[in-house]
Design a protein around this ligand. Structure first.
Ligand code: FAD
Length: 476
């Protein structure tokens, strides 16, 4: 186990609770969904998460079919003193959807959507993916702000904040959350919104899975159907000028323009042109949501200033942009994440980015700088639990590779990169881009919202029943 992961361990050591067969049978009989145990066919598939580096062996996986199943599973976990994890889309970097020896509340069957086009809202089951939401909303010419990969779970991404292609135009995913149905640690079911359990609703918007199991989310939708977007790549020797220009551009650009900066290696296959295969490059992945007839003229000066070596930017249906990189990142790869918020990109920091960005170790590894401005800055830092409203970027360095033998290589690269850049950061990091890094890092990520979160945690989950997450400890 890695040092920082060891230091970050909460009391999840779970004295193995021995469950009577009869107790398990009672739970099994009370579920509409499935209860999966070690030895069952399908156990190994059911315990897998997206990050192939995570290998945990739960005692029980309750694949809940509805809210009643979730209530039964929460009550069973609490009454039997089990460690409990909540699993939505399985994407969490540190594998926080699963646990050793405990009970996994798996929401993957609670996967539904219902668009209300007149109200401009969508109700989404707690185990849905963003691909489900994009599919449902697109039919109505609508969209909800999420991330950049459609297989990511609505649950984890939203509760941690939700940064992606539409952040500058529509804010974070949480800024578009209207209400959430929640099963609390004591088994009660509540709906949280601005009028009801407003403290809980505040905490859910950024505080992660600390407060209960969200069985349903209600979001505001936006009239976005086809965007003008995709990747633009440049040779690495242009990286200094491109990144210097980008830092000024994206902080001044209209909210209609979103673009995240990346260092990457070009995949060695179609649709990428052969001369670029396996090359280290830098790029920006754009998403423009302004009037389509203005798109070409908006991007013309960029293309003239820095003629790209690859230009896949054009009109594209929003769900197609959202799923453009899905195939490149199938489940089961090895992932190691390091992250920070960044207020300013100094020339010195840019030098260091180029030093490490030009040594991306494997084809899937990458560094992204996601803009956190535009509409995300229209919400105050105390208005939701998500504190870093005054930052400019969420930086994420991800070492990724299919081969476990390359684990140390990708970890070393990500750590060395992060170690050099961290002194230039704003202090904390986006919780959804972190592995388990300990309480201090979690506190740093919530800053002065942490104490309020801890007080709300004390009210709704005083025993820290939901602790397999970026944990906020109750004050009591
Ligand atoms: C390939 C990839 C791309 C990503 N891209 C983005 C991106 O563009 N933008 C971004 O913001 N993030 C992104 N992320 C990070 C992502 O937001 C987190 O990994 C998030 O935790 C994933 O949520 P999940 O439901 O899939 O995860 P899971 O592993 O299923 O769950 C993670 C945690 O979320 C909580 N949780 C999940 N569902 C619920 C629920 N219904 N109720 C209560 N708690 C719940 C639990 O605490 C759980 O421990 C990406 C991750 C990956 C792997």
């Amino acid at each position: 186990m890695l040092k920082e992961e060891r230091e970050g361990q909460l009391d999840r050591s779970t004295t193995m609770v021995v469950l009577e067969k009869a107790q398990i049978e009672v739970l099994k009989a009370s579920l509409r969904g499935e209860l999966i145990q070690p030895g069952d066919e399908g156990y190994d598939a059911a315990r897998k998460v997206y990050n192939g580096m995570i290998d945990k062996r739960p005692a029980l996986i309750a694949r809940c079919a509805d809210v009643a199943d979730v209530i039964a599973a929460v009550n069973f976990g609490r009454e039997n003193g089990l460690l409990v994890s909540i699993r939505g889309g399985r994407h969490n970097a540190g594998g926080l959807g699963i646990c050793d020896n405990g009970l996994v509340i798996d929401l993957s069957l609670i996967r539904y959507t219902r668009v209300d086009p007149e109200a401009g809202t969508i109700r989404v089951g707690g185990g849905s993916t963003w691909g489900d939401v994009d599919h449902a909303t697109h039919a109505f010419g609508l969209a909800v702000p999420s991330g950049i990969i459609s297989t990511t779970g609505v649950g984890g991404l939203t509760l941690g904040g939700g940064l992606g292609y539409l952040t500058r135009k529509c804010g974070l995913a949480i800024d578009n959350l209207i209400a959430a149905d929640v099963v609390l640690a004591d088994g009660r079911f509540v709906t949280a919104d601005e009028q009801h359990h407003a403290d809980l609703f505040w905490a859910l918007r950024g505080g992660g899975g600390n407060f209960g199991v969200v069985t349903s989310f209600m979001f505001k939708t936006h009239p976005i159907h086809t965007v003008y977007g995709g990747p633009m790549l440049w040779e690495l020797d242009q990286a200094p000028e491109v990144i210097q220009w980008y830092r000024g551009f994206i902080t001044q650009a209209p909210d209609d323009i979103n673009g995240f900066f990346a260092f990457l290696i070009v995949p060695p296959g179609p649709p990428f042109p052969e001369p670029l295969h396996s090359k280290h490059m830098c790029g920006v992945v754009w998403c423009y949501t302004g009037p389509m007839e203005k798109a070409e003229e908006t991007f013309k000066p960029i293309r003239e200033k820095f003629p790209p070596a690859l230009d896949f930017v054009g009109p594209i249906p929003h769900p197609a942009l959202q799923s453009m990189f899905d195939a490149l990142y199938p489940p089961g790869l090895q992932w190691y994440w390091k992250a920070d918020f960044v207020n300013e990109l100094s020339d010195e920091a840019i030098q260091l980015h180029i030093k490490h960005g030009s040594k991306v170790p494997t084809m899937h590894s990458t560094m992204h700088l996601y803009p956190v401005n535009g509409a995300a800055h229209h919400v105050g830092k105390h208005d939701t639990a998500w504190s870093y409203r005054d930052t400019t970027w969420a930086e994420v360095i991800v070492g990724v590779d299919p081969d476990p033998a390359n684990k140390n290589r990708i970890i070393d690269w990500a750590r060395n990169y992060w170690d050099d850049l961290h002194p230039f950061s704003a202090g904390g990091a986006y919780v959804n881009f972190m592995m388990e890094e300990g309480e201090e890092r979690v506190r740093a990520s919530y800053r002065d919202n942490y104490e309020r979160l801890a007080a709300i945690k004390s009210k709704y989950d005083p025993a820290n029943f939901f602790r397999v997450n970026q944990n906020i400890r109750p004050t009591t």
